[in-house]
Design a protein around this ligand. Structure first.
Ligand SMILES: Nc1ncnc2c1ncn2[C@@H]1O[C@H](COP(=O)(O)OP(=O)(O)OP(=O)(O)O)[C@@H](O)[C@H]1O
Ligand SMILES: [Mg+2]
Length: 259
């Protein structure tokens, strides 16, 4: 594996994903170039079918690209086999899903401990780390509750605690507020913001909602498998600045810019 020594969490170049359906092909990603630095908080937006989840799956090493390059934390991970991807996933990546994906009939604490079971961490340390992460997102008092004994927002916070236990280099969240009401969504976004600002955790999340994306520091918009805009926000709720190709700031544009 080639080490590029870059201070980047994610670096992709001309990343393509084509799904072969036998008699036809679907181009889900049509050549993505993107850099994500340590400590960024990035929202991915774009219409349905524009390639957001495909991009998250490849970035999260759940799938390989058809072509192009992907370096994760400086290592070329473009064409790893399933086991090598799973190894990096369990050590360096955290996932949060729209449907929480907690095991039913299993306590919140055990759900949070689960990635550490796979990583072979001893029971006592697992418990200590799980409780620490649950405290961080304010659900430690729910340790004994099963998923069906918690609200949607509480379940999502447990899922966020679970995503944190291996101290991931990157948290990927695909529509994490998609099943939540507005107020609960705001609570969950506040937690992501705190994790990013206070723990310096790098976060990339997919959302359809501008109000949710407004919590991120950077908004990348996909369309037809391409990145069509990439805007930086210096402060939350400040007008976004457009990043030019050379990395300078252009005058503010309207937030949603479809090409
Ligand atoms: N496993 C698959 N097999 C075939 N085609 C797929 C597969 N997964 C995604 N696609 C296609 O790839 C394109 C991109 O899909 P993707 O799920 O990445 O979109 P998305 O931006 O996440 O959409 P949404 O906002 O609806 O979640 C779509 O045309 C989709 O139908
Ligand atoms: Mg999707």
């Amino acid at each position: 594996m080639q080490n590029r020594g870059d201070d980047l969490v994610v670096k992709v170049r001309d990343l393509r994903k084509v799904y072969d359906l036998g008699d036809s092909q679907v181009v889900a990603l049509a050549g993505i170039d993107l850099d994500i630095h340590h400590g960024e908080f990035l929202a991915v937006m774009g219409p349905s079918g524009s390639g957001k989840s495909t991009f998250m799956q490849i970035t999260g090493l759940l799938d390989n690209p058809t072509s192009g390059s992907y370096w994760f934390e400086g290592t070329d991970v473009s064409h790893l086999d399933r086991d090598a991807r799973a190894d990096i996933r369990s050590r360096r990546l955290g996932f949060v899903f729209q449907a929480y994906n907690l095991l039913p009939r299993t306590s919140a604490l055990e759900n949070v401990e689960l990635p550490m079971v796979y990583a072979g961490i001893p029971a006592e340390e697992r418990r200590r780390i799980a409780i620490e992460k649950m405290k961080l997102v304010g659900v430690d008092q729910l340790a004994d509750h099963a998923p069906n004994q918690m609200s949607g927002g509480q379940q999502q916070r447990v899922a966020i605690a679970r995503s944190l236990v291996n101290n991931p280099g990157l948290i990927l969240a695909d529509e994490p507020t998609g099943a939540l009401d507005t107020k609960t969504s705001e609570d969950v976004m506040r937690i992501f913001t705190e994790l990013n600002e206070e723990q310096c955790i790098t976060i990339m999340l997919v959302t359809h909602e501008p109000d949710i994306a407004a919590h991120a520091k950077r908004i990348v918009t996909f369309r037809d498998g391409h990145v069509v805009s990439d805007t930086l926000r210096l402060r939350r709720f400040a007008p976004p600045l457009r990043m030019t190709r050379v990395g300078r700031f252009a005058p503010p544009l309207r937030m949603t810019k479809w090409r």
